[in-house]
Design a protein around this ligand. Structure first.
Ligand SMILES: [Zn+2]
Length: 270
């Protein structure tokens, strides 16, 4: 069982799906990063670099278990051996076994929040070809802008992800409350309709970042652009805005990230 965290009545369960090296040199993905920043990032997250200097990253989802027993899943990982991520990511992922270990039946998941529609975040959303929704009783929640961008730009993902979801596909514009203290928040930039999940309890909060930040180097310097961002300026604004929001709360705040070595990271004071 992974290390869980409780915030108020909600239990947060990290669910590792896979891990491996990034296909491109990490310095190419953060062209503005200085050697000092890399040194600080490697001190904060030593597991994210190989002895050869490659970026080593995790692919992780999270489950939120509410007091009612309701399960909300944040992101759907890299997926099985034939998933859309298979061209570049270390498939197959192991989410099914991790869900079982956590006592979660896929049929019990009632909401799947997809932070964005990059292939390493949608892997288990729909399986097979022609595809079927892996979480058969869940609504799948995405920003309308993200769905529109995929329909306009990717025939492949429209066919493999959006079409099989049918009536289970649910869109939101901006912010929506999923349960008391749990909201999705639009954080555009990494992709046009990127969103985060914010879990709040009193002054404490956990932000499920998706790819609002992808590496510890952006925890240390949130202004630093990542080469995979569709709109780096918008991504930076979203990142700084969310981190400012967390810093202003006064309580304990955590970042729950898909790609850093540890599931939970404390935002650095700025
Ligand atoms: Zn990602």
């Amino acid at each position: 069982m992974p290390t869980t965290r409780a915030l108020g009545p909600v239990t947060v369960i990290p669910l590792p799906d896979g891990e491996g090296t990034f296909p491109d040199p990490r310095t190419a993905m953060f062209p503005e990063a200085t050697p000092e920043l890399w040194a600080a990032a490697d001190a904060l997250d030593p597991g994210a670099v190989t002895p050869g200097g490659e970026w080593y990253l995790r692919y992780r989802c999270f489950a939120l278990r509410l007091e009612s027993g309701r399960i909300i899943l944040v992101d759907a990982g890299i997926g099985p051996a034939d998933s859309p991520a298979a061209t570049w990511a270390p498939v197959p992922g192991r989410l099914p076994a991790e869900l079982m270990a956590a006592g979660i039946d896929p049929a019990d998941v009632d909401t799947v929040v997809l932070t964005h529609l990059h292939t390493d975040h949608i892997g288990w959303a729909v399986i097979g070809e022609p595809g079927v929704p892996y979480f058969r009783n869940a609504r799948y929640l995405m920003q309308a802008v993200e769905v529109g961008a995929i329909r306009a730009g990717s025939e492949h993902l429209t066919r493999r992800l959006l079409a099989p979801l049918g009536a289970q596909l649910s869109t939101v514009d901006g912010r929506e409350r999923l349960a008391p203290g749990i909201s999705v928040v639009a954080t555009p930039g990494h992709t046009p309709g990127h969103q985060c999940v914010l879990l709040e309890h009193g002054e404490d909060a956990i932000l499920f970042t998706g790819d609002l930040l992808v590496h510890a180097i952006q925890v240390i310097d949130p202004e630093l652009a990542y080469g995979g961002e569709t709109d780096p300026a918008a991504a930076r604004d979203s990142r700084l805005g969310m981190l400012r929001d967390l810093a202003g709360r006064g309580g304990e705040t955590l970042l729950a990230t898909p790609h850093l070595t540890e599931p939970f990271t404390t935002p650095t004071e700025r």
